[in-house]
Design a protein around this ligand. Structure first.
Ligand code: SF4
Length: 195
């Protein structure tokens, strides 16, 4: 079946979802968007204020940084697929609860199985710990593991997982911004090298 025929009904399912309490305060669920044949899938934590307003991922201040990093790495935003671990905005941008992550992530798993990316870039600690735990890797904290490349089989496909800082964490921290930049340059090199 074409990927579009799988991803669109899934997005509709997410937009109507009431499986955890986060639906109560959302304006819009944010299923994700992008190129269905993307080699690179980016997974953030949860929608923020502007993402909730617009129903699209990474459209606020963190999205601007992400766009800058992608652009510097020569990767077009239209070439990647972007989503989050949790699809609805937690109130006041608090961390998602474990129960919310557990309830919501079957959607992310289904998206990964449909897109089948070659590189899965996790943005921030929540995305890193969820994805790496699925392949039996315990995370040691994002400051230690960012920029590493984990070659694993995830949900039936071979994939390179690259954890990086969440762009929002680099808003007021130049050191983190430099590290994020370096990690995207690493991704660029691997893409140019053909994995
Ligand atoms: S966060 Fe996920 S599980 Fe919770 S209501 Fe939104 S889509 Fe459903």
């Amino acid at each position: 079946m074409p990927k579009r025929d799988l991803i669109e009904p899934l997005a509709d399912e997410i937009k109507a979802c009431r499986k955890c309490g986060l639906w109560r305060q959302r304006k819009n669920a944010v299923p994700g968007e992008g190129n269905l044949d993307a080699a690179v899938m980016l997974v953030g934590e949860a929608p923020g204020y502007w993402e909730d307003v617009k129903g699209r991922p990474f459209v606020g201040a963190a999205g601007k940084i992400l766009d800058e990093m992608l652009s510097k790495a020569g990767i077009s935003r239209s070439a990647v697929y972007i989503t989050n671990v949790v699809k609805c905005r937690p109130p006041e941008n608090r961390d998602p609860l474990l129960s919310e992550i557990e309830t919501c992530t079957p959607y992310l798993d289904r998206q990964i199985k449909i897109i089948k990316p070659k590189f899965l870039v996790t943005l921030g600690r929540h995305a890193a710990s969820y994805i790496l735990a699925k392949v039996g890797i315990e995370t040691e904290g994002i400051t230690k593991i960012h920029g590493r490349i984990y070659e694993v089989n995830l949900l039936g496909s071979d994939v390179f997982i690259i954890p990086v800082y969440h762009p929002a964490a680099t808003l007021y921290n130049a050191k983190y911004r430099d590290e994020l930049d370096k990690d995207f340059q690493l991704l660029k090199l691997r893409l140019e090298r053909g994995w």
